[in-house]
Design a protein around this ligand. Structure first.
Ligand SMILES: Cc1ncc(COP(=O)(O)O)c(C=O)c1O
Length: 367
């Protein structure tokens, strides 16, 4: 050890004054709660189970396979064929900051749809990144009309337009259809927050021409907080690659994060991937992919040995309830139950279930 350090290094003479906390003497205790607020929601048990799997190295090929699977799931969830999808390490705010840090350069104009807290948050962030922010306000609880948006684009010709699809502070659902067409007239990049809406209401990344979108893991996706699903379109990527200035944040620089996720056909270390968190996201995306069913017509598989037609007849004769059998390729294999419009009521669902139970009991399929 160099002499100038040695005079300070007397570990034997130092008695730690700060002792270990007594609070940590007992194992962690967490009450079980049903999380029915605006998020986080409870995570799916399969997601939590995946998070206990053994760690892999963040540059190990089996982990890259899992990252590829996540990207496939994201493309489905975002309804995009863009290869520029990934998870930002962090919560929805990390996605938000990545969007602004990469899509906006100092001095450029951003029009921010502002009808609740999230527009205000983006206004703050965009100003921190040197943007010239124009706030497009509506009353709290309202949404912007396409006309409002077109007029603001015409007036300000911004580089970026920000909209929040699901404004969780007010419950407003912002329509996105037609917005990209208006943006493209002015070369404006469309950035959308779907933290509270993705997976719950339709989102069509390609069809709606969204250039940059971020979401969160802990709401509809049913994973813990900590991974922000993220997407750039080809136009979004072009905006990134044509920047005149370096992205001001290392952590959120998509040139680097994208390079770890294979966007540029190789993989370089940016920061350690959130291994266990991404295992969980992989499973959450698998669950969402398997839930791709019509909600208006529910198809129920007929169990082996059950006479489907007798169940249908009993429902009509005894309960006055119509249930349909299969059609075409599903004939004889499924029942079809419609839950539509005026009929979509709890008491109707309960009646259909009662009719099913009774019909199945008669065939001794149920006790
Ligand atoms: C619409 C919306 N955007 C952004 C966020 C911020 O997400 P997070 O709290 O995960 O950082 C939230 C969180 O509630 C949200 O509802």
């Amino acid at each position: 050890m160099p002499a100038e350090f040695e005079q300070y290094a007397r570990p034997g003479e130092i008695t730690p004054e700060i002792t270990a906390s007594k609070l940590l003497d007992t194992p962690i205790q967490v009450p079980s709660r049903l999380l029915m607020g605006p998020g986080p929601a409870n995570a799916h048990p399969r997601v939590l189970a995946a998070q206990t799997l053994p760690l892999l190295g963040h540059m190990h090929p089996p982990f890259f396979t899992i990252m590829n699977e996540i990207q496939d799931g994201l493309k489905y969830l975002f309804q995009t064929s863009s290869k520029y999808v990934l998870l930002i390490s962090g919560t929805g705010h990390a996605g938000m900051e990545a969007a602004i840090a990469n899509m906006l350069e100092p001095g450029e104009t951003i029009v921010v749809g502002n009808n609740g807290i999230w527009g205000a948050r983006v206004t703050d962030l965009a100003a921190r990144y040197g943007g010239n922010v124009v706030s497009l306000d509506t009353e709290a609880g309202g949404t912007l009309s396409l006309k409002d948006i077109q007029a603001a684009l015409e007036q300000h010709k911004p580089t970026v337009l920000f909209l929040c699809q699901g404004e969780s502070s007010t419950g407003a659902h912002q329509s996105l259809a037609g917005v990209a067409e208006a943006c493209q007239v002015h070369g404006t990049v469309l950035v959308v927050d779907t933290v509270c809406s993705l997976g719950a209401v339709p989102f069509y990344g390609d069809a709606w021409g969204v250039d940059c979108m971020y979401s969160g893991s802990q709401k509809v996706i049913s994973a813990p907080p900590g991974a922000a699903p993220f997407m750039l379109s080809e136009r979004g990527l072009k905006k990134l690659l044509n920047r005149k200035t370096k992205v001001a944040s290392y952590n959120f620089d998509l040139n680097l994060i994208g390079d770890y996720w294979g966007w540029f056909d190789k993989r370089s270390y940016h920061a350690t991937g959130m291994i266990s968190m991404w295992y969980g996201m992989r499973e959450a995306l698998a669950i969402i992919s398997a839930e791709d069913r019509l909600v208006s017509v529910n198809t129920i598989k007929v169990p082996e040995g059950v006479n489907w037609a007798a169940v249908v007849k009993n429902a009509m004769d005894k309960y006055n309830v119509e249930i349909a059998g299969g059609l075409g390729p599903t004939a004889g294999k499924v029942w079809r139950v419609g839950i539509m419009g005026y009929n979509a009521k709890l008491e109707n669902v309960e009646l259909v279930i009662a009719a099913f139970k009774d019909g199945l009991k008669q065939q001794e399929f149920l006790q």
